[in-house]
Design a protein around this ligand. Structure first.
Ligand code: FES
Ligand code: FES
Length: 227
């Protein structure tokens, strides 16, 4: 007996009851194609099956990069230089600095606002870059650790950290230094207790806290710590 091949396979009994034919299957595919095309035109992701989505390049899976038309142009002023970027409006200042501008001195620790490793200055104020949208920093002066030194001359707070051994592994150090500059600028350096309190947002897993406090006191005493 001749085996039925896919193209000549008969309809199932159930489909016979409903008057099914190969044209019905073709109609469904046609309908799905039209739905996908319509969705693409409207810029929405159609709630269609996985198989159909594989042929639809406009569908936006969560782990895909955003489509070109969702990006926005922004201008950031970083370390005295104007930088233009095209970014997803949800990108954080930390990711814009590290991944788009190659300013990797600013560290990503927790990425949740809990460790202070990503501290930068925005208009002279300490800011947690992982919780700040890059678009919000437009029109402001952003200072990162790369912007502190003047050529080969270290910023006084950087020099004080070296003098006082204010670091061990160094991972938290850029954030500690930027936060220290802000702390000195704010005038919160009247005692060890005050320094510890106003630097408490910056975590050091190496436990270099006593030396960090000494460094801040040294830079503050010299009256040159704030930028
Ligand atoms: Fe931003 Fe930890 S990386 S606070
Ligand atoms: Fe290692 Fe602070 S020096 S985390």
């Amino acid at each position: 007996m001749r085996k039925p091949d896919r193209l000549s396979a008969p309809c199932s009994p159930a489909s016979k009851e409903t008057g099914c034919s190969r044209e019905a299957g073709s109609s469904r595919r046609h309908f799905i194609s039209q739905l996908a095309a319509l969705s693409a035109g409207l810029g929405v992701a159609a709630p269609i099956s996985r198989g159909a989505s594989q042929t639809n390049p406009t569908e936006n899976a969560p782990d895909q990069s955003p489509e070109e038309n969702s990006l926005i142009d922004i201008t950031l002023r970083v370390n005295g230089t104007t930088r233009k970027l095209r970014v997803d409006p949800r990108v954080t200042l930390l990711d814009a600095l590290r991944e788009r501008l190659d300013l990797v001195g600013t560290k990503k620790g927790c990425d949740q606002g809990a460790c202070g490793a990503c501290t930068v200055l925005v208009d002279g104020t300490r800011v947690i870059a992982c919780l700040t949208l890059a678009v919000m920093a437009q029109g402001k002066e952003i200072t990162t650790i790369e912007g502190l030194a003047k050529g080969d001359e270290l910023h006084p707070v950087q020099a004080a950290f070296v003098t006082c051994d204010g670091f061990q592994c160094g991972y938290c150090t850029p954030g500690q230094i930027m936060s220290a500059v802000g702390c000195i600028r704010e005038g919160h350096t009247k005692s060890d207790t005050e320094i510890r309190e106003f630097m408490s947002g910056n975590i050091c897993r190496c436990g270099a806290y006593p030396n960090i406090v000494d460094a801040i006191k040294l830079a503050s005493a010299e009256g040159k710590g704030a930028i």
